[in-house]
Design a protein around this ligand. Structure first.
Ligand code: ADP
Ligand code: MG
Ligand code: MG
Length: 208
């Protein structure tokens, strides 16, 4: 597909929502090793809040879909709630009022989101956080846009980059977030926040 309309954006999010409902326990299991074991539940709670807000979201505005999503996260606890809320807020801003968006808007949103999360949370690539998937996803989208890719191809590139970035967190020792309190104990498991970001782009590549 060349562009993403609001209905497709909704379908993308609903697909992610279903994946979280089916597999949130895997994320909680990962957070049990590296943190406090609540990430899957926090994420499930956020997607349920987003779902409720999506019912009333404007139908022809891609930004409204992401605004509902962002609000759902900002309403949820844990470190992930506010950080992911601010991440998706950049998608809402970039796509605000637009009935369709191209890969260029997604690339801008993804970059602004990664920048915002880094600024607020203080993590850089290599610190074993969601940033390890967010930054490669933004880079991949930018490369795809520079190469003239359309939405589906760009999201596929973003998914591959985010998944590789998430996978790379396995060997890292955390320097930010709760995982940094457990030292080497978290080495050997993927960061659950980074994995969730990879899921988000994977659902986009498939559903959008
Ligand atoms: P908490 O640790 O407060 O229980 P969650 O379990 O909701 O938070 O979320 C944990 C995830 O949040 C981690 O896997 C990581 O990806 C992400 N995270 C935590 N701190 C940061 C940070 N400073 N920057 C980016 N992502 C972070
Ligand atoms: Mg946690
Ligand atoms: Mg917690």
């Amino acid at each position: 597909r060349a562009v993403l309309d609001a209905q497709r954006a909704r379908g993308w999010w609903e697909s992610f929502d279903r994946q979280v409902e089916e597999r949130w326990e895997e994320l909680t299991e990962l957070d049990r090793v590296s943190g406090d074991g609540d990430f899957g539940r926090n994420l499930r709670s956020a997607v349920r809040k987003a779902r409720a807000r999506l019912v009333g979201a404007a139908p022809d505005d891609v930004g409204a879909v992401f605004a509902a999503v962002s609000a759902g996260f900002l309403d949820t606890g844990g470190s992930s709630g506010p950080l992911f809320g601010m991440y998706f807020r950049e998608f809402a801003k970039a796509a605000g009022g637009l009935p369709v968006v191209g890969a260029d808007v997604l690339a801008r949103a993804s970059r602004a989101g990664a920048d915002t999360v880094q600024r607020l949370g203080g993590a850089s690539v290599g610190d074993k956080t969601a940033v390890d998937a967010m930054v490669p996803a933004a880079e991949a989208l930018e490369r795809a846009v520079a190469g003239g890719a359309e939405v589906t191809a760009a999201l596929t590139a973003a998914y591959r980059a985010a998944a590789a970035g998430a996978h790379a967190t396995t060997g890292m020792r955390a320097r930010r977030g709760r995982a940094s309190y457990v030292g080497d104990a978290a080495r050997g498991v993927v960061d659950p926040g980074a994995l969730a970001v990879a899921w988000f782009y994977e659902r986009g590549a498939t559903a959008a």
